[in-house]
Design a protein around this ligand. Structure first.
Ligand code: SF4
Ligand code: SF4
Length: 302
């Protein structure tokens, strides 16, 4: 039996801002809602959401003998998007101004696992960061880290929504499991719904990827008939407006310091940039995923 306090202490020493523990569960209602969302056409080109739905429902298919799901969160909140206005061109989602978080968080989780193994030699587990079919936001809710906001993101009452999640799924019981926060903290607030420039937020706290700028600037090849409102990679509109972000502190972990400021790069600089310069300046960031040509395409679509 692992002590909950050991998990929390180790997560903090690895630089996570929050951590909770949930029991593995059959997430049948999440599966049903996912299928309904897909069937309604919201999925657009996010094909990976249609794959491995059974694995998503049952985390023990990912980790045999799983007994506990440790969900860790780290803030990346910064000021990089604080100067954006409705007329700013070349806007980039703030997470994309940092180094790619997948490797960083995976290393943090694997170091956590090693530290746990030192204390509990029988512990085995796997680390996941946004790459496996896991209902990670539901596990974050079950682990008491926050609730699902109207814009479908996890909202932490203390950290807001500029957070990244990672999970350590282990084969041991923990002496305490968290519970979901009882109140849905959005209360009467509807700011994100009202602010979304393309009306992409559905009434049931899901996103219509066909109209979502974040999805359309990154995932889909041909953006037709949708206004990008100055965004060229991702979109933060439904986060900038959230009152929980306005009171959340900036990130503390230096691994999540922005590597560049979008405000310092003019549309003309983007359009005349060479591939070599792009790779040298942004090769460590998520921008690499879409590539320079896609960014230039998005800029020309504005
Ligand atoms: S990311 Fe942008 S387009 Fe997508 S739901 Fe949020 S505000 Fe709307
Ligand atoms: S902006 Fe308001 S409604 Fe939207 S997630 Fe934040 S608190 Fe909830």
């Amino acid at each position: 039996m692992i002590r909950y306090s050991d998990i929390v202490n180790i997560s903090q020493s690895e630089g996570f801002d929050a951590c909770g523990v949930a029991r593995p569960q059959q997430l049948t209602s999440n599966t049903r809602r996912l299928k309904e969302w897909i069937d309604a056409g919201n999925v657009a080109s996010l094909d990976y959401m249609c794959r491995n739905i059974d694995k998503r429902e049952d985390i023990t298919q990912m980790v045999e003998g799983a007994k506990s799901v440790i969900v860790c969160a780290v803030s990346y909140k910064s000021d990089v998007n604080s100067h954006y206005t409705s007329s700013t061109r070349g806007k980039i989602a703030s997470y994309a101004c940092n180094g790619d978080y997948h490797k960083t968080i995976k290393k943090m989780l694997l170091r956590m696992l090693s530290s746990l193994k030192e204390l509990y030699p029988d512990v085995e587990g796997r680390a996941f960061v946004d790459s496996a079919p896991i209902f990670e936001k539901q596990y974050a809710v079950n682990a008491g880290l926050g609730w699902i906001g109207r814009q479908s993101l996890l909202v932490s009452p203390t950290l807001g929504t500029y957070i990244l999640l990672g999970e350590l799924v282990i084969n041991c019981q923990v002496d305490r499991y968290d519970k979901p926060i009882e109140e849905v903290g959005c209360a009467e607030c509807r700011r994100c719904v009202e602010v979304c420039p393309n009306g992409a937020i559905n009434a049931n706290r899901t996103i219509d990827a066909r109209r979502c700028i974040s999805c359309q600037t990154i995932e889909q090849r041909n953006v037709e008939g949708i206004d990008l409102h100055g965004w060229i990679f991702g979109c933060d509109e439904c986060q900038i407006c959230c009152p929980y972000n306005q009171k959340a502190p900036n990130h503390k972990n230096p691994n999540f310091n922005p590597l560049f400021s979008p405000n310092a790069i003019s549309p003309e600089q983007w359009l005349t940039m060479s591939e070599e310069e792009f790779t040298s300046r942004f090769g460590l960031t998520p921008l690499r995923r879409s590539g320079l040509q896609r960014i230039q395409y998005n800029l020309n679509k504005e």
